[in-house]
Design a protein around this ligand. Structure first.
Ligand SMILES: [Zn+2]
Length: 158
């Protein structure tokens, strides 16, 4: 059974910092114009403002990712990614529901989204430490602006 003792699994700020270190190894990347490491922090925790003259937009590490659109706590996402990443067979929504102590619908949403990201991004198989560290930005994948597919609305079946 997972214990999730690492800070990124327990605390949203730590989860965000962890994500930043994984997704932004060379500094903050503006998701509006793609500029790397040319931004400054703004008051709102986790947010940056692009310093490019033509851009000047605000962004955060989860902006335009699957995590942005949900109300699920970021550290729960880290737990879910870790579980789904470290299990060879994959993890069912029901397992997420029980292990993460979140509602079944939230678990189902996460499982669906993470599988989509893994399928689209060609996630590297878990290695020695079998964790989220292996993930690159495609894993967390940007989500298209289009509305969710109709099958996202399916009610969960036990
Ligand atoms: Zn920018």
């Amino acid at each position: 059974m997972e214990h999730f003792s690492a800070p990124q699994f327990r605390d949203d700020a730590a989860a965000r910092e962890y994500l930043e270190s994984v997704l932004w190894p060379h500094g903050p990347v503006c998701c509006h114009c793609g500029t790397i490491n040319h931004a400054y922090k703004v008051k709102k925790p986790g947010w940056y403002r692009c310093a490019e003259k033509e851009c000047r937009k605000d962004f955060s590490v989860i902006l335009r990712t699957v995590m942005e659109r949900s109300h699920i706590a970021l550290h729960k996402w880290m737990q879910a990614f870790h579980l789904m990443c470290s299990s060879k067979k994959g993890v069912s929504a029901h397992q997420l529901h029980r292990t993460l102590n979140i509602g079944y619908e939230a678990a189902w949403f996460m499982a669906h989204r993470i599988r989509e990201a893994m399928r689209d991004g060609g996630l590297a198989p878990p290695g020695g430490n079998g964790g989220i560290v292996e993930a690159d930005e495609t894993y967390f994948g940007n989500v298209p602006d289009s509305k969710p597919h109709h099958d996202d609305q399916l009610s969960p079946v036990h």
